[in-house]
Design a protein around this ligand. Structure first.
Ligand SMILES: Cc1ncc(COP(=O)(O)O)c(C=O)c1O
Length: 387
Protein backbone atom coordinates (compact mmCIF):
# COMPACT_ATOMS: atom_id res chain seq x y z
CA UNK A 1 0.00 0.00 0.00
CA UNK A 2 1.32 3.42 -0.95
CA UNK A 3 -1.26 5.33 1.06
CA UNK A 4 -2.14 5.20 4.74
CA UNK A 5 -5.51 3.62 5.45
CA UNK A 6 -4.46 2.25 8.84
CA UNK A 7 -3.84 5.26 11.07
CA UNK A 8 -6.69 6.05 13.40
CA UNK A 9 -7.00 9.81 13.29
CA UNK A 10 -8.32 11.71 16.28
CA UNK A 11 -11.23 13.76 15.00
CA UNK A 12 -12.22 15.37 18.29
CA UNK A 13 -12.39 19.16 18.21
CA UNK A 14 -12.81 19.23 14.44
CA UNK A 15 -16.58 19.70 14.55
CA UNK A 16 -17.06 16.21 13.18
CA UNK A 17 -20.76 15.43 12.89
CA UNK A 18 -19.95 11.73 13.02
CA UNK A 19 -17.82 11.79 16.18
CA UNK A 20 -19.42 14.66 18.09
CA UNK A 21 -22.72 12.83 18.27
CA UNK A 22 -21.09 10.63 20.91
CA UNK A 23 -18.66 13.23 22.24
CA UNK A 24 -18.86 12.28 25.92
CA UNK A 25 -19.72 8.62 25.53
CA UNK A 26 -17.76 5.51 24.77
CA UNK A 27 -19.60 4.91 21.53
CA UNK A 28 -17.66 4.31 18.32
CA UNK A 29 -19.43 5.98 15.39
CA UNK A 30 -20.27 3.85 12.36
CA UNK A 31 -23.23 5.94 11.26
CA UNK A 32 -23.18 9.00 8.93
CA UNK A 33 -21.52 8.48 5.55
CA UNK A 34 -18.08 9.97 5.87
CA UNK A 35 -14.91 7.94 6.18
CA UNK A 36 -12.22 8.05 8.85
CA UNK A 37 -9.39 8.35 6.33
CA UNK A 38 -7.36 11.40 5.36
CA UNK A 39 -8.09 12.62 1.86
CA UNK A 40 -5.54 11.79 -0.88
CA UNK A 41 -2.17 13.54 -0.42
CA UNK A 42 -2.63 15.22 -3.82
CA UNK A 43 -5.79 16.87 -2.51
CA UNK A 44 -4.07 17.98 0.70
CA UNK A 45 -1.18 19.45 -1.32
CA UNK A 46 -3.55 21.37 -3.57
CA UNK A 47 -5.44 22.73 -0.56
CA UNK A 48 -2.17 23.83 1.08
CA UNK A 49 -1.23 25.69 -2.08
CA UNK A 50 -4.61 27.35 -2.18
CA UNK A 51 -4.20 28.47 1.45
CA UNK A 52 -0.73 29.81 0.68
CA UNK A 53 -2.21 32.00 -2.03
CA UNK A 54 -3.96 33.75 0.83
CA UNK A 55 -6.86 35.52 -0.92
CA UNK A 56 -10.30 33.97 -0.57
CA UNK A 57 -12.60 36.23 -2.52
CA UNK A 58 -15.89 35.25 -4.16
CA UNK A 59 -15.03 32.31 -6.31
CA UNK A 60 -16.41 31.07 -9.60
CA UNK A 61 -15.91 27.50 -10.76
CA UNK A 62 -12.27 27.48 -11.79
CA UNK A 63 -11.34 26.33 -15.29
CA UNK A 64 -9.29 23.65 -13.58
CA UNK A 65 -12.34 22.28 -11.71
CA UNK A 66 -14.55 22.36 -14.81
CA UNK A 67 -11.95 20.62 -16.94
CA UNK A 68 -11.27 18.08 -14.18
CA UNK A 69 -14.96 17.18 -13.97
CA UNK A 70 -15.46 16.95 -17.73
CA UNK A 71 -12.38 14.83 -18.13
CA UNK A 72 -13.36 12.59 -15.19
CA UNK A 73 -16.84 12.00 -16.61
CA UNK A 74 -15.37 10.98 -19.93
CA UNK A 75 -12.43 8.98 -18.62
CA UNK A 76 -14.21 7.07 -15.85
CA UNK A 77 -17.78 6.87 -17.12
CA UNK A 78 -17.46 7.37 -20.87
CA UNK A 79 -19.79 10.36 -20.65
CA UNK A 80 -19.16 13.32 -22.93
CA UNK A 81 -20.63 16.30 -21.12
CA UNK A 82 -20.40 19.97 -22.00
CA UNK A 83 -19.29 22.79 -19.78
CA UNK A 84 -22.71 24.51 -20.01
CA UNK A 85 -24.42 21.40 -18.62
CA UNK A 86 -22.71 21.75 -15.23
CA UNK A 87 -24.45 23.34 -12.27
CA UNK A 88 -22.24 23.62 -9.18
CA UNK A 89 -23.74 23.16 -5.76
CA UNK A 90 -22.51 23.15 -2.17
CA UNK A 91 -24.12 19.71 -1.78
CA UNK A 92 -26.56 17.24 -3.26
CA UNK A 93 -28.98 17.57 -0.35
CA UNK A 94 -29.68 21.21 -1.31
CA UNK A 95 -29.89 20.01 -4.92
CA UNK A 96 -32.64 17.55 -4.00
CA UNK A 97 -34.53 20.32 -2.25
CA UNK A 98 -34.14 22.84 -5.08
CA UNK A 99 -35.21 20.15 -7.56
CA UNK A 100 -38.34 19.37 -5.58
CA UNK A 101 -39.33 23.02 -5.81
CA UNK A 102 -38.20 23.45 -9.43
CA UNK A 103 -40.01 20.55 -11.06
CA UNK A 104 -43.27 20.34 -9.11
CA UNK A 105 -45.97 22.65 -7.85
CA UNK A 106 -47.44 22.42 -4.35
CA UNK A 107 -49.56 19.31 -4.05
CA UNK A 108 -47.84 17.47 -6.94
CA UNK A 109 -46.13 14.15 -6.38
CA UNK A 110 -42.53 13.00 -6.17
CA UNK A 111 -41.89 9.28 -6.33
CA UNK A 112 -38.95 7.28 -4.99
CA UNK A 113 -38.07 3.75 -3.90
CA UNK A 114 -37.47 2.82 -0.27
CA UNK A 115 -35.50 2.13 1.81
CA UNK A 116 -33.55 5.19 0.76
CA UNK A 117 -31.24 7.99 1.90
CA UNK A 118 -33.47 10.13 4.20
CA UNK A 119 -33.16 13.50 2.35
CA UNK A 120 -34.96 11.85 -0.61
CA UNK A 121 -37.92 11.55 1.76
CA UNK A 122 -37.71 14.93 3.45
CA UNK A 123 -37.07 17.18 0.41
CA UNK A 124 -40.58 16.76 -1.08
CA UNK A 125 -42.27 17.13 2.30
CA UNK A 126 -40.31 20.25 3.24
CA UNK A 127 -41.45 21.84 -0.03
CA UNK A 128 -45.12 20.88 0.56
CA UNK A 129 -45.05 18.32 -2.21
CA UNK A 130 -46.60 14.89 -1.94
CA UNK A 131 -44.08 12.13 -1.32
CA UNK A 132 -44.93 8.77 -2.83
CA UNK A 133 -42.80 5.78 -1.99
CA UNK A 134 -42.63 2.24 -3.27
CA UNK A 135 -40.61 -0.43 -1.50
CA UNK A 136 -37.88 -2.15 -3.43
CA UNK A 137 -38.48 -5.88 -3.53
CA UNK A 138 -36.10 -8.74 -2.92
CA UNK A 139 -35.55 -10.97 -5.94
CA UNK A 140 -32.96 -13.75 -5.99
CA UNK A 141 -31.52 -12.46 -2.72
CA UNK A 142 -31.06 -8.85 -3.79
CA UNK A 143 -33.05 -5.66 -3.88
CA UNK A 144 -34.60 -4.52 -7.15
CA UNK A 145 -37.46 -2.36 -8.43
CA UNK A 146 -41.04 -3.49 -7.93
CA UNK A 147 -42.46 -2.51 -11.30
CA UNK A 148 -46.02 -3.51 -10.57
CA UNK A 149 -46.07 -1.41 -7.42
CA UNK A 150 -44.45 1.52 -9.24
CA UNK A 151 -47.10 1.43 -11.97
CA UNK A 152 -49.78 1.39 -9.28
CA UNK A 153 -48.22 4.30 -7.40
CA UNK A 154 -47.67 6.69 -10.30
CA UNK A 155 -50.54 9.09 -11.09
CA UNK A 156 -51.11 12.02 -13.48
CA UNK A 157 -49.95 14.29 -10.63
CA UNK A 158 -46.56 12.58 -10.37
CA UNK A 159 -43.86 14.84 -11.81
CA UNK A 160 -40.53 13.53 -10.53
CA UNK A 161 -38.82 10.20 -9.91
CA UNK A 162 -35.74 10.14 -7.66
CA UNK A 163 -33.28 7.37 -8.35
CA UNK A 164 -30.35 6.41 -6.15
CA UNK A 165 -27.72 4.47 -8.10
CA UNK A 166 -25.69 2.95 -6.53
CA UNK A 167 -28.45 2.73 -3.97
CA UNK A 168 -27.84 3.95 -0.43
CA UNK A 169 -28.53 2.03 1.83
CA UNK A 170 -29.10 -1.29 0.00
CA UNK A 171 -25.81 -1.23 -1.91
CA UNK A 172 -27.17 -2.15 -5.32
CA UNK A 173 -25.44 -1.14 -8.55
CA UNK A 174 -28.37 -1.33 -10.92
CA UNK A 175 -27.78 -3.08 -14.21
CA UNK A 176 -28.21 -1.37 -17.54
CA UNK A 177 -31.38 -3.39 -18.06
CA UNK A 178 -32.90 -2.22 -14.80
CA UNK A 179 -31.98 1.37 -15.61
CA UNK A 180 -33.44 1.16 -19.11
CA UNK A 181 -36.71 0.25 -17.46
CA UNK A 182 -36.40 3.26 -15.15
CA UNK A 183 -35.81 5.45 -18.21
CA UNK A 184 -38.77 3.97 -20.04
CA UNK A 185 -40.99 4.41 -16.96
CA UNK A 186 -40.02 8.08 -16.63
CA UNK A 187 -40.62 8.70 -20.33
CA UNK A 188 -43.99 6.98 -20.38
CA UNK A 189 -45.18 9.00 -17.37
CA UNK A 190 -43.37 12.17 -18.42
CA UNK A 191 -41.35 12.44 -15.21
CA UNK A 192 -38.25 14.47 -14.51
CA UNK A 193 -35.58 12.01 -13.38
CA UNK A 194 -33.30 13.03 -10.53
CA UNK A 195 -30.46 10.56 -10.73
CA UNK A 196 -28.26 10.67 -7.63
CA UNK A 197 -25.03 8.92 -8.62
CA UNK A 198 -22.84 10.18 -5.76
CA UNK A 199 -21.64 6.64 -4.89
CA UNK A 200 -20.74 5.67 -8.47
CA UNK A 201 -16.97 5.58 -7.92
CA UNK A 202 -17.21 3.22 -4.96
CA UNK A 203 -18.03 -0.03 -6.74
CA UNK A 204 -16.86 -2.99 -4.67
CA UNK A 205 -18.20 -5.95 -6.58
CA UNK A 206 -15.65 -7.18 -9.12
CA UNK A 207 -17.15 -6.74 -12.58
CA UNK A 208 -19.85 -4.27 -11.47
CA UNK A 209 -20.21 -1.36 -13.86
CA UNK A 210 -21.84 1.98 -13.27
CA UNK A 211 -24.25 3.09 -16.00
CA UNK A 212 -24.82 6.86 -15.93
CA UNK A 213 -28.46 7.66 -16.73
CA UNK A 214 -27.19 10.28 -19.17
CA UNK A 215 -25.81 7.49 -21.33
CA UNK A 216 -29.20 5.90 -21.95
CA UNK A 217 -30.09 8.00 -24.98
CA UNK A 218 -31.24 11.48 -25.79
CA UNK A 219 -34.83 11.10 -24.64
CA UNK A 220 -33.65 10.11 -21.17
CA UNK A 221 -30.91 12.72 -21.03
CA UNK A 222 -33.47 15.44 -21.86
CA UNK A 223 -35.41 14.75 -18.66
CA UNK A 224 -32.51 13.92 -16.35
CA UNK A 225 -30.74 15.86 -13.64
CA UNK A 226 -27.65 13.74 -12.92
CA UNK A 227 -26.07 14.40 -9.53
CA UNK A 228 -22.42 13.83 -8.68
CA UNK A 229 -19.81 14.88 -6.14
CA UNK A 230 -16.23 13.94 -5.27
CA UNK A 231 -17.20 14.02 -1.58
CA UNK A 232 -18.01 10.36 -0.87
CA UNK A 233 -15.14 8.87 -2.85
CA UNK A 234 -12.37 11.19 -1.69
CA UNK A 235 -13.79 11.92 1.76
CA UNK A 236 -14.42 15.62 1.17
CA UNK A 237 -18.00 16.27 2.33
CA UNK A 238 -16.85 19.08 4.62
CA UNK A 239 -15.57 20.98 1.55
CA UNK A 240 -19.17 21.27 0.29
CA UNK A 241 -18.70 20.74 -3.44
CA UNK A 242 -21.08 18.89 -5.72
CA UNK A 243 -22.24 19.29 -9.30
CA UNK A 244 -25.21 18.48 -11.47
CA UNK A 245 -25.02 17.51 -15.11
CA UNK A 246 -28.13 18.73 -16.90
CA UNK A 247 -28.04 18.57 -20.70
CA UNK A 248 -31.47 20.08 -21.34
CA UNK A 249 -31.44 23.90 -21.24
CA UNK A 250 -35.09 24.12 -20.15
CA UNK A 251 -34.66 21.72 -17.23
CA UNK A 252 -31.41 23.44 -16.28
CA UNK A 253 -32.93 26.91 -16.32
CA UNK A 254 -35.88 25.87 -14.19
CA UNK A 255 -33.39 24.62 -11.65
CA UNK A 256 -31.26 27.76 -11.75
CA UNK A 257 -34.27 30.05 -11.37
CA UNK A 258 -35.32 28.19 -8.27
CA UNK A 259 -31.85 28.20 -6.74
CA UNK A 260 -30.99 31.85 -7.35
CA UNK A 261 -30.49 33.91 -4.25
CA UNK A 262 -30.77 30.92 -1.95
CA UNK A 263 -27.82 28.77 -2.83
CA UNK A 264 -24.30 30.01 -2.27
CA UNK A 265 -21.44 29.38 -4.63
CA UNK A 266 -19.15 26.47 -3.84
CA UNK A 267 -16.27 27.77 -1.71
CA UNK A 268 -12.69 28.17 -2.97
CA UNK A 269 -11.50 25.01 -1.25
CA UNK A 270 -14.32 22.94 -2.69
CA UNK A 271 -13.27 23.68 -6.27
CA UNK A 272 -9.61 23.09 -5.42
CA UNK A 273 -10.32 19.78 -3.69
CA UNK A 274 -12.61 18.63 -6.47
CA UNK A 275 -10.07 19.36 -9.21
CA UNK A 276 -7.21 17.70 -7.35
CA UNK A 277 -9.28 14.64 -6.47
CA UNK A 278 -10.41 13.99 -10.04
CA UNK A 279 -7.07 14.90 -11.61
CA UNK A 280 -4.74 13.09 -9.24
CA UNK A 281 -6.77 10.89 -6.88
CA UNK A 282 -7.10 7.73 -8.95
CA UNK A 283 -4.18 5.74 -7.42
CA UNK A 284 -5.53 6.57 -3.95
CA UNK A 285 -9.06 5.54 -4.97
CA UNK A 286 -7.82 2.19 -6.25
CA UNK A 287 -6.19 1.44 -2.89
CA UNK A 288 -9.24 2.71 -1.03
CA UNK A 289 -11.41 0.25 -2.96
CA UNK A 290 -9.15 -2.59 -1.88
CA UNK A 291 -9.41 -1.53 1.78
CA UNK A 292 -13.19 -1.22 1.51
CA UNK A 293 -13.50 -4.62 -0.17
CA UNK A 294 -11.49 -6.21 2.63
CA UNK A 295 -13.61 -4.49 5.27
CA UNK A 296 -16.78 -5.50 3.52
CA UNK A 297 -15.72 -9.14 3.23
CA UNK A 298 -14.59 -9.24 6.85
CA UNK A 299 -17.87 -7.71 8.04
CA UNK A 300 -19.89 -10.15 5.95
CA UNK A 301 -18.18 -13.24 7.14
CA UNK A 302 -18.17 -12.02 10.74
CA UNK A 303 -21.90 -11.36 10.69
CA UNK A 304 -22.63 -14.66 8.96
CA UNK A 305 -20.60 -16.67 11.47
CA UNK A 306 -21.04 -14.77 14.71
CA UNK A 307 -24.42 -13.04 14.32
CA UNK A 308 -26.46 -15.68 12.54
CA UNK A 309 -29.82 -14.02 13.29
CA UNK A 310 -28.74 -10.85 11.49
CA UNK A 311 -29.38 -10.78 7.75
CA UNK A 312 -27.14 -8.87 5.39
CA UNK A 313 -27.53 -8.20 1.70
CA UNK A 314 -24.69 -8.19 -0.83
CA UNK A 315 -23.00 -4.79 -0.87
CA UNK A 316 -22.10 -4.17 -4.49
CA UNK A 317 -21.01 -0.59 -3.80
CA UNK A 318 -20.52 2.07 -1.10
CA UNK A 319 -19.02 1.62 2.34
CA UNK A 320 -22.44 1.22 3.93
CA UNK A 321 -23.67 -2.19 5.01
CA UNK A 322 -27.37 -2.85 5.42
CA UNK A 323 -28.35 -5.19 8.24
CA UNK A 324 -31.75 -6.62 9.03
CA UNK A 325 -31.90 -7.07 12.82
CA UNK A 326 -35.65 -7.64 13.10
CA UNK A 327 -35.11 -11.20 14.31
CA UNK A 328 -33.53 -9.81 17.49
CA UNK A 329 -36.92 -8.42 18.56
CA UNK A 330 -35.47 -5.12 19.83
CA UNK A 331 -37.82 -2.19 20.52
CA UNK A 332 -35.11 0.32 19.74
CA UNK A 333 -32.20 -1.31 17.90
CA UNK A 334 -30.07 1.85 17.66
CA UNK A 335 -30.29 2.53 21.41
CA UNK A 336 -29.53 -1.10 22.16
CA UNK A 337 -26.36 -1.13 20.04
CA UNK A 338 -25.29 2.25 21.47
CA UNK A 339 -25.51 0.73 24.94
CA UNK A 340 -22.76 -1.65 23.81
CA UNK A 341 -20.62 1.15 22.41
CA UNK A 342 -21.49 1.11 18.72
CA UNK A 343 -23.30 3.93 16.90
CA UNK A 344 -25.22 2.89 13.76
CA UNK A 345 -27.72 4.57 11.43
CA UNK A 346 -31.35 3.88 12.12
CA UNK A 347 -33.17 1.97 9.36
CA UNK A 348 -36.41 3.71 10.36
CA UNK A 349 -34.98 6.96 8.94
CA UNK A 350 -34.70 5.18 5.58
CA UNK A 351 -38.25 3.82 5.97
CA UNK A 352 -37.08 0.40 7.15
CA UNK A 353 -37.60 -0.02 10.89
CA UNK A 354 -35.68 -2.94 12.33
CA UNK A 355 -32.71 -2.37 9.99
CA UNK A 356 -29.37 -0.77 10.80
CA UNK A 357 -26.70 0.72 8.54
CA UNK A 358 -23.04 0.12 9.34
CA UNK A 359 -20.43 2.48 7.81
CA UNK A 360 -17.26 0.46 7.24
CA UNK A 361 -15.26 3.34 5.68
CA UNK A 362 -12.69 3.24 8.46
CA UNK A 363 -9.29 1.76 9.31
CA UNK A 364 -9.49 -2.04 9.72
CA UNK A 365 -8.49 -1.78 13.40
CA UNK A 366 -11.43 0.49 14.13
CA UNK A 367 -13.72 -1.91 12.34
CA UNK A 368 -12.39 -4.82 14.41
CA UNK A 369 -13.25 -2.92 17.58
CA UNK A 370 -16.68 -2.29 16.10
CA UNK A 371 -17.14 -6.00 15.40
CA UNK A 372 -16.29 -6.88 18.99
CA UNK A 373 -18.92 -4.43 20.20
CA UNK A 374 -21.41 -5.62 17.61
CA UNK A 375 -21.04 -9.14 18.92
CA UNK A 376 -21.47 -8.06 22.56
CA UNK A 377 -24.67 -6.19 21.65
CA UNK A 378 -25.90 -9.17 19.65
CA UNK A 379 -25.23 -11.65 22.45
CA UNK A 380 -27.08 -9.42 24.93
CA UNK A 381 -30.05 -9.14 22.56
CA UNK A 382 -30.19 -12.90 22.02
CA UNK A 383 -30.02 -13.47 25.78
CA UNK A 384 -33.05 -11.21 26.40
CA UNK A 385 -36.32 -12.96 27.03
CA UNK A 386 -38.68 -12.28 24.13
CA UNK A 387 -41.44 -9.99 25.38
C1 LIG B 1 -27.30 9.09 -2.03
C2 LIG B 1 -26.70 10.29 -1.37
N1 LIG B 1 -26.89 11.51 -1.90
C3 LIG B 1 -26.35 12.61 -1.35
C4 LIG B 1 -25.58 12.52 -0.20
C5 LIG B 1 -25.01 13.74 0.44
O1 LIG B 1 -24.69 14.70 -0.45
P1 LIG B 1 -24.05 16.08 -0.02
O2 LIG B 1 -23.09 15.85 1.10
O3 LIG B 1 -23.40 16.53 -1.29
O4 LIG B 1 -25.20 16.97 0.37
C6 LIG B 1 -25.35 11.27 0.38
C7 LIG B 1 -24.58 11.16 1.62
O5 LIG B 1 -24.50 10.16 2.25
C8 LIG B 1 -25.92 10.13 -0.22
O6 LIG B 1 -25.73 8.91 0.28
Amino acid sequence: MTFDFDSQIDRTNTGSLKWDKYRDRDVLPFWVADMDFKSPPAVLDALHQRVDHGVFGYTLATDEAVEAVLSYLERVHGLQAEKEWLVWMPGLVPALNVSAAAYTKEGEEILTCTPVYPPFLSAPVWRDRVLKTVDLKIESGRYTFDWEALEEAVTPSTRVFILCNPHNPVGRVYTREELEKVAEFCERHDLVLLSDEIHCDLLLEQGAKHTPMLKLGEETAKRTVAMYAPSKTYNLPGLACAFLVVPDAGIRNRYKLCARGYITEVNSFGYTGCAAAYNHGEPWRQELLQVLRNNRDRLYSFVRQMLPEVKMYPMEATYLAWMDVRALGLDNPVAHFEQYGIGLSNGADFRAPGFLRFNFGCPPAMMEEGLTRLKAAYDAAIAQPVS
